[in-house]
Ligand binder design. Structure first.
Ligand code: GLY
Length: 501
């Protein structure tokens, strides 16, 4: 039995551990146990209530040093065989380097601090992509964020030539640093908002006097699709199933009142995934990227997560793919529906660390769709909080009908939740409190769109009937949680576009 531990404090961390422990391969009898370093305070209790075979190892605190100490100790004691850090912050802070230094580099997955710029510095990543011949936006430039006249000229030129411009704070921003400008009226307001959001970070990094690097890209047309790629130290790789992220807080295009969040839900596969698309992503992105990383001495066993724009023809064949950014960790929550369609996640992670990914192919439940809906803190509270992703009220109790949810095949993954021993109650910690996950099998004579929509309605009905709720201070019958109701509706949408009856 190989023990694989995931390090971090979010939903994907627990879910990957759960999948490693419980999914069964049709081709391989090896056994795996999934574990979690740290997690959130609610997770051990929730796993106990649900009888989930996931063990937890505490860390002193949430810092890279805290994780490194616990990881090295567990590896020494042989309590764990392999470790997968999930949040990019741990890689930026040198967690992998610290574990390597203690002689356990072959047991931990992830890039070291010197390679983490691939996610942590979008300008340096763009240069790497150009060197590797990986297609990116047609035009891009970097400039001083304080130099408004240059930014104005660039935006006007990109709007004229490409229909829009994207301003990007180029350092780690949890997926929230990109701002789209579609017409000249928006330039000043978008610029001001970005500067306001990141001036403190800029000051911390560069001081007041030095230039503040800003990336400006021409707008890319196409559908946003991300690829989770496992790569081993030899450069062998496997692309996991795709997912579609729902980054905007509400349905509809992003705007000032509909901001990009960390992710409000995800579905797998992406409604436009085809074998040809995966092949294109492998040839056009994974291979040149891995070759370039090898050449530059940056390659380690890792998870690469490039976000791309894909253009299709009328038969849904991909005709062009371009990279928008590359993350070095799985997406949250995209990694949840991705893992729920995999039968051999444990074996894939072991192969990533033993350099044998060419011998293990992802065993994907091709006949299943998987939906993941984030339950976010909604508006209201003692200070009139606006709710996620703005200010969130915390400390309100949760009520979860675990029996009902289990009977309906709905999995709850706790995230920003705590457990109060003395009161025997889960309490909300604000932001994304929990995730609802469910899979459905596509049967003959029914389309993926119909099945996914039925699944979406099942999840919404559980929510609408109060089967999981955060009880607001001011209304004991209410629910502080909120969700997006369109997650999973895009399969039907894709079918009406590409296969109209
Ligand atoms: N859901 C966006 C991300 O993980 O980057």
């Amino acid at each position: 039995m190989k023990k694989i531990a995931f390090a971090g404090t979010d939903g994907r961390t627990l879910l990957w551990a759960f999948v490693v422990s419980t999914a069964t391969s049709a081709l391989n009898d090896d056994e795996y146990a999934g574990m979690v370093f740290r997690g959130t305070p609610s997770m051990p209790k929730f796993a106990e209530i649900m009888n989930w075979p996931v063990a937890f190892i505490p860390t002193k605190d949430n810092s890279a040093e805290g994780y490194a100490a616990a990881i090295v100790e567990a590896l020494r004691q042989e309590a764990v065989d392999y470790v997968v850090p999930m949040p990019e912050g741990l890689l930026f802070e040198g967690l992998v380097d610290a574990v390597e230094k203690e002689g356990f580099g072959d047991r931990i997955l992830g890039l070291n601090a010197a390679a983490a710029f691939i996610e942590g510095d979008k300008i340096a990543c763009k240069e790497l992509c150009m060197e590797a011949g990986i297609p990116v936006a047609d035009a891009w430039t970097s400039t001083d964020a304080k130099d408004y006249p240059t930014i104005l000229e660039t935006c006007l030129a990109y709007i004229q030539q490409f229909g829009g411009a994207v301003l990007k704070y180029p350092y780690s921003a949890g997926g929230k640093g990109a701002r789209i400008i579609l017409n000249s009226w928006e330039i000043r307001e978008v610029y001001d908002t970005l500067i306001n959001d990141y001036k403190d970070s800029y000051r911390k990094l560069f001081g007041k006097k030095n230039a503040w690097p800003l990336l400006i890209e021409s707008l890319m047309a196409g559908v946003e699709i991300s690829f989770t790629i496992l790569v081993d130290r030899q450069g062998h790789y496997q692309i996991l199933p795709t997912a579609m992220d729902y980054p905007e807080r509400f349905e509809g295009p992003a705007s000032k009142s509909n901001p990009i969040t960390g992710g409000t839900g995800a579905v797998s596969p992406h409604p436009m995934e085809t074998p040809a698309l995966l092949e294109m992503a492998g040839n056009t992105i994974a291979e040149p990227l891995i070759q370039k990383m090898k050449q530059r001495g940056l390659l380690r066993p890792a998870i690469l997560y490039p976000g791309c724009f894909v253009s299709f023809d009328g038969a849904m064949n991909p005709i062009r793919i371009r990279v928008s950014e590359i993350n070095i960790r799985p997406g949250e929550p995209e990694a949840q529906p991705v893992a729920r369609r995999l039968r051999n996640l444990g074996q894939l992670i072991q192969a990533t660390l033993t350099g044998s990914l060419h011998t293990v192919v992802p065993e994907v439940r091709q006949d299943q769709v998987s939906l993941c809906i984030a339950l976010m803190t909604g508006p209201g509270g003692p200070d009139g909080q606006k709710g996620y992703p703005w200010s969130c009220t915390k400390g309100e109790p949760l009520e979860i009908d675990t029996k009902y949810l289990k009977r309906k095949g709905i999995q709850v993954i706790p995230s920003a939740m705590t457990w109060l021993d003395e009161k025997e109650v889960f309490k909300s910690d604000g932001t994304r409190v929990a995730f609802l996950n469910a899979n459905a099998t596509i049967k003959e004579h029914e389309t993926c769109g119909v099945i996914a929509d039925r699944l979406r309605k099942k999840l919404l009905s559980a929510f609408d009937n109060g089967k999981i709720r955060v009880i607001p201070r001011e209304d004991s019958k209410g629910n502080r949680l909120d969700l997006r109701r369109d997650i999973g509706s895009h399969y039907l949408k894709a079918e009406t576009i590409f296969n109209p009856k």
